[in-house]
Design a protein around this ligand. Structure first.
Ligand code: NAD
Length: 443
């Protein structure tokens, strides 16, 4: 699916014209390529605390150049602003304004990351106000970023050390091109669970991953990215998609399983096909049957609910009850920004995707008890066959209505899923990560 406006504006003669006319000027995002998962230029670490010092040391250990103060005239790959010690709103200004002072030095596709403690666990209203303030400022800053740059936050639960595996994993993910289409979002680190992979370039080595809806679109890309990161892939899709499923599975040396995930015996068949413990389950298969509620036929409502949410409930429960998971199960469900903000013509779809968010949060304690995690990824507008079906004008508006002024690619969703599936993300549980370029609609 190609975005012709992006092609013209990012490279062609339209670039200057678009600027003069005040039209959107999306740029081509810098995405991850193997071996290049960190920004090359210096990263500025702001904040006066042991956590800020520790963060700077971590980045140095990763081989990055680090600055503790902006150097006039020097370009920056990223800015990490640490707010772990804020006690009252007045404490925010120094570091936040220092971020502002450094923004013009940020490279295209540069990164701003704020690090702070969870406001809900604050010791006083003033502390909660300050912490929540970092959240609001980060979201707003993300709207102000230009040239493919993003702003996101890492929120640490009380007691989680800044060197916990998931804090380091989140920092690396958000600094890298793996998070190219993630902006205005927060990764909540709830515990110190998780571990560092033996080989950072293949964090899923030795794991078995089941991906539903793997024959095309986002699911096919998830299969490719999880395979790239070392996982053995079991790809599931319906019988009519068997040819394309076989092609994708050939590509990733995976196993094709043809079944409808709404079938009662789907979990049992998947467990059998895995021929060993399942470590990662990605509930990706999904459908749309868009209609205004006034015109919705019962089958359109039921089909969408059955495939998008009921089947996720059944597969999760079926595999858990059968003891089919390995010792650190990771479940990742596909939600959607429609399930957060709602969308005209999608009451059925939004009900199903909000349902995924509900089941994800509610299942987190059970998964933690089993040594694992469950999270959801909520894509915004992603360039796939699903969105290619949209009317052209609606599609063009949907593309531009995000801070990055373009649709995401399936690989952007796949990278977020690979991150949540990796050992380092063990401390992230029951959360929803939006991959939406910071859609202007919704929360
Ligand atoms: P797609 O239609 O291109 O692919 C979906 C795949 O799921 C297909 O291969 C299809 O055959 C398979 N599938 C459908 N019903 C199935 C069933 N009952 N059993 C087994 N397989 C089944 O969709 P996509 O755009 O790649 O979307 C993938 C997921 O991401 C979906 O859950 C979708 O709701 C979600 N999502 C997509 C977007 C987007 O912009 N494309 C945005 C938000 C969320």
């Amino acid at each position: 699916m190609s975005d012709k406006y992006l092609d013209l504006v990012s490279a062609g003669p339209l670039k200057r014209v678009a600027g003069t006319l005040g039209l959107p000027r999306p740029v081509r995002l810098k995405r991850y390529s193997q071996g290049h998962d960190l920004p090359a230029s210096p990263v500025l670490v702001l904040g006066e605390s042991a956590v800020a010092d520790g963060t700077a040391e971590t980045l140095l250990d990763w081989g990055l150049e680090v600055r503790r103060h902006a150097v006039p005239g020097e370009r920056l790959g990223g800015i990490v602003a640490v707010f772990d010690q804020v006690e009252k709103p007045a404490d925010l200004g120094d570091v936040m304004l220092a971020v502002g002072g450094a923004l013009r030095a940020l490279e295209p596709s540069g990164r701003v990351i704020t690090v702070f403690r969870d406001a809900d666990a604050s010791a006083s209203p003033a502390q909660a106000a300050a912490r929540r303030g970092v959240d609001g400022a980060t979201r707003s800053l993300a709207h102000e970023m230009r040239a493919g740059a993003t702003a996101n936050g890492i929120v640490l639960a009380e007691g989680v050390a800044p060197v916990a595996p998931s804090v380091l994993g989140a920092l690396r993910f958000l600094l890298s091109g793996r998070s190219a289409y993630v902006s205005g979002q927060f990764l909540h680190i709830g515990s110190e669970a998780g571990g560092l992979p033996a080989d950072p370039s293949r964090p899923l080595e030795g794991r078995t991953a089941v991906v539903t809806g793997a024959a095309r679109g986002i699911g096919a890309e998830i299969a490719r990215v999880l395979h790239r990161d070392g996982a053995r892939i079991i790809g599931v899709d319906v019988v009519p998609a068997s040819e394309s499923l076989a092609a994708v599975m050939n590509e990733v040396q995976g196993t094709a399983v043809q079944l409808d995930i709404t079938a009662e015996d789907a979990a049992a068949k998947i467990a059998k096909a895995a021929r060993g413990p399942v470590d990662i389950l990605v509930n990706n298969a999904g459908i749309t049957r868009d209609k205004l509620l006034a015109n919705m036929k019962p089958e359109q409502w039921h089909q969408v609910l059955d495939v998008n949410v009921q089947a996720q409930l059944q597969l999760n429960a079926g595999l858990l009850e059968a003891g089919a998971f390995g010792p650190e199960p990771r479940i990742i469900g596909l939600a959607s920004t429609s399930g957060i903000a709602g969308n005209r013509g999608q009451t059925n779809y939004a009900a199903s995707k909000a349902g995924v968010i509900g089941l994800t949060r509610a299942s987190a304690p059970e998964l933690a008890g089993a040594g694992g995690t469950i999270n959801a990824v909520a894509p915004g507008f992603i360039e796939t066959e699903m969105t290619a079906k949209m009317p052209p004008v609606t599609r063009e508006v949907a593309r531009r209505l995000s801070s990055l002024q373009q649709g995401g690619l399936p690989v952007d969703v796949a990278e977020a899923i690979a991150f949540l599936a990796a050992p380092q993300a063990g401390g992230i549980n029951g959360t929803v990560l939006r991959v939406c370029g910071q859609n202007m609609v919704g929360a």
